[in-house]
Design a protein. Sequence first.
Length: 83
Amino acid sequence: MSTVLSNFATWKHFLADRVSQAKNAGMTEQTITSLAYEIGSFLDEKVDPKNEEERVLKELWDVGDEAERRTIAGLMIKLVQRT
């Protein structure tokens, strides 16, 4: 996954592909957003940001409460669906 995380555009493309696969598998938006929240939590705890965009996301994640983190996860899903 480190190659995917080294470039933010690559990360967004990777995430967009996974969201599309999840939708095709019949997952709801709520389930996809919950998974994005779990992935965000994992990345926050286990992965050092590889670029400026990821560092900003990590800083926002770190200062947010659970509801705000869920919002960030949902916004990331919306962002990658738009591209």
